[in-house]
Design a binder for this molecule. Structure first.
Ligand code: PPS
Length: 316
């Protein structure tokens, strides 16, 4: 095992080699270590998690998709796992399968972890397939909505809650980033766009700019929280499914925060690094983390970056 050690800006030492097995990757030489041991890899100018390797990215860009495939995308911590469960159940009559896990039913092509998929493996699967991605628009799976026939769904969430959720995730057992710094430093990184998957504003606005494409549906976490039934019908109609009231009720119940946190299918307990994944599942939990001054500084940045875009979020 390569025990290459890298001096971090905060004075710590990160042992990159210890990730080799978990990453299913031979070449770890291009992994960079930032302040507080925060590990990342840069591809096409975007900071990405170490498990997004150049090989995986190439497979993700060139995978062949079909018109009835679904690809859901988001900036991390925006409710994408919740959406993935909703999608799975829309496609399977609202029935939660026995003996399977949600993660294992999804195809995350850009990632070497936790279930790496080859082009051949997904090519042999029947439709409809569900793909997961956290890429900005220009790096989207299969070339993105302009080049691929599959149906894309992007989900976005207010950036204060994203920032807080991401901080807890990266400070916990999320081994791939291994961030060990304090909240105020994380907030600075997030506001400067120096976190894995890059700048939140660029990411979200890159997809928002294409919201009128026929094969892209743009969703907001806050709308899912406030009007789940309405958003569920919207998603189903976009995918061409006419759901009965009974199926709607089943999906609503199976995808509630409390059920997802406890059900074997969705609780992620099979992946130890995802312990604590189901943290709060609320709108506005940023208030427990931001100081008043931090919140005001963030609001200024938000106003500046979102001005004239036509996109806005609910923060509470
Ligand atoms: S990841 O790791 O990037 O894929 O994370 P992602 O799934 O996009 O987002 C994680 C946050 O979504 C919350 N979550 C939910 N909210 C409401 N309802 C349901 N069912 C649900 N499932 C997950 C999860 O708790 C994370 O948010 P925080 O604020 O940390 O609780």
């Amino acid at each position: 095992m390569n025990q290459k050690e890298t001096q971090t800006a905060s004075g710590g030492v990160a042992r990159i080699g210890e990730y080799r097995d978990e990453l299913h990757a031979e070449n770890l030489d291009d992994i960079q270590v930032g302040e507080y041991g925060y590990k990342y890899r840069t591809i096409e100018g975007v900071m990405l998690p170490p498990y997004v390797t150049p090989d995986r990215y190439a497979v993700s860009r060139s995978v062949e998709t079909r018109p009835n495939d679904v690809c859901y995308c988001s900036f991390p911590k925006s409710g994408s796992t919740w959406l993935s469960n909703v999608l799975y159940l829309i496609l399977h009559n609202g029935e939660v399968p026995e003996g399977k896990t949600l993660r294992s039913c999804l195809h995350w092509m850009e990632s070497s972890w936790p279930y790496p998929r080859s082009r051949e493996e997904v090519g042999a699967l029947p439709s409809p397939r569900i793909f997961k991605s956290h890429m900005p628009y220009r790096m989207a799976l299969a070339g993105g909505p302009e080049q691929s026939p599959c149906k894309y769904i992007y989900i976005a969430r207010n950036p204060k809650d994203v920032c807080v959720s991401y901080f807890h995730f990266e400070s916990g057992k999320a081994w791939s980033g291994g961030y060990s710094g304090p909240w105020e430093h994380w907030l600075k990184l997030f506001m400067e766009g120096r976190v894995q998957r890059g700048d939140w504003f660029e990411h979200v606005l890159s997809w928002w700019g294409h919201r009128d494409a026929g094969n892209l549906l743009f969703l907001k976490y806050e709308d899912m929280k406030r009007d789940f039934d309405g958003q569920l019908r919207r998603i189903a109609s976009y995918l061409g499914y006419d759901l009965s009231e009974e199926v709607i009720d089943r999906i609503k119940s199976a995808t509630s925060f409390s059920r997802m946190k406890t059900e074997q299918f969705s609780n992620h307990r099979e992946i130890p690094q995802l312990e604590g994944f189901f943290r709060k599942g609320e709108i506005g939990s940023w208030k427990d983390q931001f100081t008043v001054a931090q919140s005001e500084a963030f609001d200024r940045l938000y106003r500046e970056r979102m001005a004239g875009t036509g996109l806005d979020f609910e923060f509470e």
